[in-house]
Design a protein around this ligand. Structure first.
Ligand SMILES: Nc1ncnc2c1ncn2[C@@H]1O[C@H](COP(=O)(O)OP(=O)(O)OP(=O)(O)O)[C@@H](O)[C@H]1O
Ligand SMILES: [Mg+2]
Length: 502
């Protein structure tokens, strides 16, 4: 079997955990998580630990938790939310892309190891990756580069809620609620009932609303509550340390709070053991009711975010919409309870929560298996500046929605006598108009190409701009003329497709 016919891995690259998956020969989704001694039930930790010369990424749940608690200065977590940042560790500065690349390299090695252990066939060079709907072009490019630097060709980046919908295969218009570690995203995705060769996507993203509130903040609220309980009820506890979010004792308490939170999804009450060394130690009971009270204000903000999305899309949502819940924090029963209590149109029976930590990775794997049938398309329009009736305008050369690869050529003429060069600026925008005014609110300048003539040329000298958008999402602009052997060239990488249906 050659690489082209083998299944492609789908990757839910998460803030706290990453879930790679693939379809086996029978068409079943298989998780590619390390087995054996390592414990990575909910996904491979997206964690970077800087140790002297080398960055090390650890997949083991236990080791990663120890590092976060005991060596936080050398640990970078949640890099997905910080892709465009520069991060200082000791005396070195890393770009978000570099750290992401390191994490991805190690995570994908684990995934490939699992392919071998499970004896699964796969194209080892390609992936389909998910991205939150909040990611703009620049974040998607960094994500794409990080996978490329790690040695993988990104066949497609798909929105996370679309991946979830592909996994659940629901009909009609669906509300997807993804509550992970860092963010809660509510999105509306609609089944594409008019699938054609030009519009071959099974689900289209419609609208979304998100807040940076999820599991991590729940842990903090629960830890704050537990801190007060320990201080009140256990002799010898160092209150100062337990209330200080920067202390090692607090980090330990927060790790204990996370475990308690996860256990309380199935139990009504748990025992929480706190071992804070010099800060003291002890044991407390924590009930589900107490936890619900501690996280209540955060849950209400997530509910508000859902409310805003539903209000904006009232006309397209069913009377009683189907809801898919994904992300590890969806296990928390209180969130479901509050959803049903807050919205008369939401009923418990229409909330689907089959495998919240898996759904996005599995959806990406299913999507990836169909990839080679689907041609990539572009989500944005691209154009260059030119003068029309003496007014500088932007002329669209590549309209949003075209199938890739796409090549187009236009001839332009110099405006003045004795011009020695022409400069083409390349713009990106959502509009599909043939020409646009130069309004910086409407478009973004992405690149420029300068074409130099051998000598000053008369007004009206022609030159040709050829714009190409490759199947891999590389945008190239090439300017040539018969008066010059110089070629004005520019090339940039763009995100090719988000199945957004825009
Ligand atoms: N059984 C459970 N009950 C409650 N919370 C849980 C449970 N299992 C996992 N979680 C929480 O889910 C969160 C991780 O979810 P997930 O793996 O979906 O996040 P992520 O994809 O890394 O983050 P994000 O979606 O924000 O990028 C953690 O906060 C974890 O504590
Ligand atoms: Mg996630």
């Amino acid at each position: 079997m050659n690489q082209n016919t083998k299944p492609v891995m789908g990757v839910d690259w998460g803030t706290s955990r990453t879930y790679p998956a693939i379809l086996d020969e029978e068409g079943n989704c298989q998780a590619l998580l390390p087995s054996g001694n390592q414990i990575c039930n909910g996904g491979i930790p997206s964690l970077f630990s800087y140790q002297e010369e080398e960055g090390v990424v650890l997949c083991d749940d236990v080791i990663s938790e120890e590092l976060e608690v005991y060596d936080p200065e050398h640990v970078v977590t949640s890099i997905k939310m910080r892709l465009s940042e520069l991060i200082d560790l000791d005396d070195r500065t890393f770009s978000g892309e570099e750290i992401a690349t390191q994490i991805i390299s190690v995570q994908m090695e684990y995934a490939k190891g699992e392919l071998e252990i499970q004896d699964l066939n796969a194209d080892l060079e390609s992936v389909v990756v998910c991205a939150p709907v909040s990611f703009g072009t620049s974040e998607r490019i960094i994500l794409k580069h990080a996978f490329e630097n790690a040695g993988y060709r990104v066949l497609r980046i798909i929105p996370e809620p679309v991946a979830a919908a592909v996994y659940y295969q629901k009909k009609g218009t669906i509300l997807v609620l993804d509550i992970g570690a860092g963010t809660a995203d509510a999105a509306i995705v609609r089944e594409n009932t008019l699938m054609t060769a030009q519009n071959p996507y099974p689900y289209l993203f419609v609208d979304s609303s998100g807040v940076e509130i999820a599991g991590d903040l729940f842990d903090e609220k629960i830890a704050d509550y537990l801190a007060e309980q320990f201080i009140e009820n256990v002799a010898g506890i160092d209150a100062g340390q337990l209330r200080n979010h920067g202390s090692a004792a607090y980090r330990r308490l927060k790790a204990a709070a996370r475990k308690a939170k996860e256990a309380l999804s199935n139990k009504m009450e748990v025992g929480v053991t706190f071992n804070g060394g010099e800060a003291g130690s002890g044991r407390q009971r924590l009930t589900r009711q107490e936890m619900n009270t501690a996280i209540h204000p955060l849950v209400e903000r997530i509910i508000l975010c859902v409310r805003q999305l539903i209000a904006r899309n009232r006309d397209i949502l069913d009377q009683s919409p189907e809801i898919i819940m994904t992300g590890g924090s969806s296990y928390i029963p209180y969130i479901r309870e509050r959803l049903v209590q807050s919205f008369p149109q939401i009923s418990q029976e229409r909330i689907y929560i089959k495998a919240p930590e898996k759904a996005i990775g599995f959806g990406a794997a299913i999507y990836a298996s169909d990839m080679k049938k689907i041609r990539p398309r572009v989500d944005f329009s691209y154009g260059v500046n030119t003068y029309i009736n003496d007014v500088e305008m932007i002329q669209t050369l590549i309209p949003a929605g075209v199938e890739l690869p796409f090549v187009t050529e236009h001839t332009y003429y110099t405006r003045h006598n004795d011009q020695i060069q022409v400069a083409f600026h390349l713009y990106e925008y959502r509009l599909r108009d043939k020409t646009l005014p130069m309004d910086e609110n409407l478009q973004m300048k992405v690149s420029a190409a300068v074409h130099k003539f051998n000598e000053p040329v008369p007004k009206g000298t022609s030159c040709t701009a050829k714009m190409t958008l490759t199947e891999d999402g590389i945008l190239e602009l090439q300017v040539t003329s018969s008066i010059s052997d110089h070629v004005g060239n520019t090339s940039c990488s763009i995100f090719t497709n988000s199945d957004s249906g825009r």
